[in-house]
Design a protein around this ligand. Structure first.
Ligand code: NAD
Length: 421
């Protein structure tokens, strides 16, 4: 994989994961091969008027991997490193994720190569609206439903919904999920992924007989997933000993003052040790290797590699991010006896509540907070138990077990539908 782009590595990894479970599935080799390819890919180059009067051309993608079990579903990412291969890999992972938690969606993903940190709010709005128009030939409430991902948020989803609705001539809230509550967003969607990370982490602790109370947790990433998971870990009695963002993190072996850390992030956009009592700065690399009970990678992919895996000391890894662990690292973690809750299970809380949001939009209903919370918890706990049952029966890793379940469900559905013509 030397010399490959990050995206190419992610795609190679996603395809390898399908091959790894092939022997466990009763699948026609052609159907299995189909799982490694995306169904449709759109690349767009589009102009945006910048605040200084110049026009810049941006490149974006919408990739649809599989819709055998239901409409395509997957987030939109704004990041300078976005490329077609990365979006392909992320779209594949969405298909397996929807299948693992057994919701009637397929998998897709989108992204724009840009650096939102260097753009004004007006520039981001114009970029979002033009990108939405460019991909509107593919998206729609019955076909393909985007959601937030790295550096996109409910406001971005509101612009997508508005732009799509203007062209349709009426409000279409079901075209996108993760919207603000005022526009048909679901209660509980914003916190769903981080909360799901903690629900599955608690299930893992229970399974391994490790108390969550007092468990030392290190979290890479302080955004929607990492920042929210940190708060739910604290509410569950665990101790967040480290948390980071793109510039590095904070560490306190006794447990960070999380309220101060998150307030510092909100106020200054970064985690500054001088603003958080008794904390010391730590690099993202050091954070992954900390002596802790639970490690949560919740930023970007490909961060746990064969280089650092031997140095990881956590007992449990709960993958908040998509694709944080390379297959080589996976083997090392398995040899070390580290229990991994894989991304397609650990971070599935987001797509589950996105599904609830979509159902509410289509039916014009508003569910209560309790209803969303209990349905989310039931689905994640049941999915965790289903993955563990395969893990025990087949004596494979938790990731393999999740893939056997997810890829297996898609293949079964594919075989039932058959191949047209
Ligand atoms: P976000 O934009 O809200 O936050 C991203 C965080 O990652 C920020 O704290 C940022 O500072 C940090 N970060 C960026 N580059 C980094 C680097 N090089 N090293 C360390 N930290 C870095 O994004 P998010 O929604 O929290 O997404 C995080 C991960 O979770 C992504 O892998 C995403 O695909 C995955 N995910 C998100 C959702 C969701 O519902 N938002 C659902 C499933 C999976």
């Amino acid at each position: 994989m030397e010399g490959q782009s990050k995206g190419a590595k992610a795609l190679e990894m996603a395809r390898k994961q399908v091959d790894m479970v092939a022997g466990y599935l009763e699948a026609d080799p052609g159907i299995l091969e189909r799982m490694k390819y995306t169904r449709r890919e759109l690349t767009v180059h589009f102009p945006v008027k910048m605040d200084d009067g110049t026009v810049r051309i941006f490149t974006g993608y919408r990739v649809q991997h599989n819709d055998t079990r239901g409409p395509f579903k997957g987030g939109i990412r704004y990041h300078p490193d976005v490329d077609l291969d990365e979006v392909r890999a992320l779209a594949m992972w969405m298909t397996w994720k929807s299948a693992v938690v057994n919701i009637p969606f397929g998998g897709a993903k989108g992204g724009v190569q840009c650096n939102p940190k260097e753009m004004s709010i007006g520039e981001l709005e114009r970029l979002t609206r033009r990108f939405t128009w460019e991909i509107s030939i593919l998206i729609g409430p019955d076909v393909d439903i985007p959601a937030p991902d790295v550096y996109t948020n409910p406001q971005v989803m509101a612009w997508i919904m508005d732009t799509y609705s203007i062209f349709k001539g009426h409000a279409v809230p079901g075209v996108v999920t993760g919207k603000p509550l005022e526009l048909g967003g679901s209660v509980g969607r914003f916190e769903a992924t981080g909360k799901g990370v903690v629900i599955t982490a608690k299930k893992a602790c229970q399974y391994l007989n490790l108390p969550i109370e007092g468990a030392r947790v290190a979290i890479q990433g302080c955004g929607n997933v990492g920042g929210i998971a940190a708060q739910y870990f604290e509410r569950s009695g665990a101790k967040v000993i480290a948390i980071s963002d793109s510039k590095g993190g904070l560490y306190n072996p006794q447990g960070l003052d999380l309220r101060q850390a998150l307030e510092c992030k909100r106020r200054y956009a970064y985690l500054l040790a001088e603003e958080v009592p008794q904390s010391e700065p730590i690099s993202n690399e050091e954070l992954l290797e900390l002596d802790c009970d639970i490690l949560v990678p919740a930023a970007l992919g490909g961060v746990i590699t064969e280089e650092n895996a031997p140095k990881i000391r956590a007992k449990i890894i709960v993958e908040g991010a998509n694709g944080p662990t390379t297959p080589e690292a996976d083997e090392i973690l398995a040899d070390k006896g580290i229990f991994v809750v894989p991304d397609i299970l650990a971070n599935a809380g987001g797509v589950v509540v996105s599904y609830f949001e979509w159902v509410q939009n289509l039916q014009e209903l508003l569910w209560s907070e309790e209803e969303v919370a209990s349905r989310l918890e039931n689905i994640l706990k049941r999915s965790f138990d289903e993955v563990v049952a395969i893990y025990e029966e087949k004596k494979v890793t938790m990731r393999m077990a999740a893939y056997i379940l997810g890829v297996g469900r898609v293949i079964k559905a594919s075989q039932l539908r058959g191949i047209y013509p």
